[in-house]
Design a protein around this ligand. Structure first.
Ligand code: SF4
Length: 477
């Protein structure tokens, strides 16, 4: 049987903490998994010392992406979905001051942030984002485990070991989908929209109530991150002295409108002036807000990554506040189901890891997800949805990843605004087009993205060794 990875919408849209899914969320999850392994092997109670080795891209941009801190938070036993974000700084400061780490909240051991996290420039062969946890046990023996953060918060040990699980998951989906052509064929055969096909697949994993409450939780975090970003002034951490721009922009756009809740905020935006310039500014403002929250280690939805977390909320918020004032949860749900499915096509056929494919794999994919989702909620056919997604990616092909100082700030934050605007334009173009005869099918652009990713120099794959990262220095900022 062919190995097919069946990916849920909740794998593509995950609640987590910034600034990076591959460099923060993934290593955090890896640390949690390693604790689980130690417990299962009955070695946890013997641990006396822990060392973390980071390799390749996790090492090169790990400081700026908070890989070291995320790994430690995982070792402390925090979960990225539920951790109170205000606890993060005090916990890290405690370790820095006392050189002690409370492993899984149960076992206090010596640990130095400076000496026990090793940044290795070398790349491990399996994937550019490798990391190894090593424990010295009271018996004098050591035990270690290597993980790979493959993008979007997904963590694997080795492909071979994952294959069995993927095969099992494949059998659970009534509509197994590898390519856009599979998706289109199921839509035609069942006379259903893309969101309806995806919903049927989701129902094989969880109840309707669980799907609804899960998607509500995802939207709540998206809305909260936009709201917080639009109302929080100041400078972002990391040393680049990047001033938060969303609140200034928001103040000018919202004017004297009064509101006390996020729901009233949505209504207030609906009542503002609708001119092309102000629409552009609103969409940018929503995207900037999310990614300013992300850059300050706040809570966002990985969609499909943290660096690109602002695109999907910004386009969905555009739909709710500008395009369709009557839209409610059913439209939000439809939008998120389609976005998740488009993202999974890229994960299966190419990559959502910037360390593998540059920024086309992050902002490009998020823009493609948002474009398809917007096309469907605007009444587009499955063909128009796929055309919208194709157009959005076609014009992100080759986009490099070159974050200055390894921080998810420049060019990342602005890039979310660009991805969101491009998604809206792509959806509009697809809605007006003869999508049945599209010259470039979605599957072809996914293949092209993957080929482009393989051709790309590693300087442009989340290593901060090329592009803006070397032309602009910290001292210029
Ligand atoms: S440049 Fe793009 S891919 Fe790279 S860290 Fe920034 S948002 Fe992510």
């Amino acid at each position: 049987m062919q190995k097919i990875e069946s990916i849920s919408v909740f794998d593509m849209l995950k609640i987590g903490v910034g600034p990076s899914s591959s460099h923060t969320l993934g290593p955090w999850r890896a640390a949690e998994r390693w604790i689980g392994e130690l417990k299962q092997a009955r070695k946890f109670d013997e641990v006396e010392k822990v060392t973390i080795n980071l390799y390749g891209s996790l090492s090169l941009t790990g400081k700026g992406h908070a890989t070291d801190l995320a790994s430690v938070l995982g070792l402390l036993g925090y979960d990225p979905v539920t951790v109170p974000v205000e606890n993060i700084d005090p916990e890290i400061n405690n370790i820095r001051t006392f050189n002690r780490l409370n492993l899984n909240g149960e076992r206090s051991i010596d640990f130095s942030l400076e000496n026990d996290i090793v940044f290795n420039k070398k790349f491990l062969p399996f994937h550019p984002n490798g990391m190894k946890f090593t424990a010295r046990l009271s018996s004098g023996k050591t035990t270690s485990s290597t993980f790979y953060s493959i993008g979007g918060g997904f963590v694997v040990k080795e492909e071979r070991k994952n294959a069995k699980k993927q095969l099992k998951k494949f059998k659970e989906f009534p509509f197994p989908i590898v390519k856009g052509t599979d998706l289109a064929a199921f839509c035609k055969q069942e006379n259903k929209k893309i969101s309806e096909i995806v919903y049927e697949n989701e129902k094989s994993l969880r109840t309707e109530e669980e799907i609804d409450s899960g998607l509500k939780a995802v939207w709540d975090v998206m809305l909260e991150s936009m709201y917080l970003g639009c109302h929080t002034e100041g400078t972002l951490p990391g040393g680049l002295n990047v001033r938060r721009r969303a609140p200034d922009s928001h103040k000018k756009l919202i004017g004297d409108s009064k509101y006390d809740t996020k729901e009233e905020w949505i209504e207030a935006i609906r009542n503002t002036e609708v001119k092309f310039r102000s629409i552009l500014k609103w969409v940018s403002c929503f995207a900037l807000g999310v990614n300013e929250v992300n850059a300050s280690l706040g809570r966002v939805v990985t969609a499909p990554t943290n660096g690109s977390a602002g695109v999907i909320p910004a386009v969905l918020m555009y739909y709710l506040t500008i395009e369709n004032h009557n839209a409610g949860f059913e439209k939000i749900k439809q939008f998120l189901l389609v976005a998740g499915e488009i993202g999974s096509l890229f994960k299966k056929g190419a990559t959502i890891s910037a360390a593998m494919g540059g920024c086309q794999a992050e902002i490009g994919v998020s823009s493609s997800m948002a474009a398809g989702a917007l096309a469907e909620v605007m009444g587009g056919t499955p063909e128009q949805v796929m055309m919208a997604s194709e157009i959005a990616m076609e014009h992100h092909l080759g986009l490099t990843c070159d974050p200055i100082a390894g921080l998810v700030q420049i060019p990342c934050i602005e890039r979310n605004s660009m991805g969101a605007i491009k998604a809206i334009n792509a959806a509009e173009m697809a809605m007006d087009a003869d999508s049945i005869h599209a010259k470039v099918p979605l599957d072809k652009v996914i293949e092209t993205m993957w080929e482009t990713a393989k051709d790309m120099n590693s300087k442009y794959k989340e290593t901060s060794e090329g592009g803006l990262a070397v032309r602009v220095s910290l001292s210029d900022c």
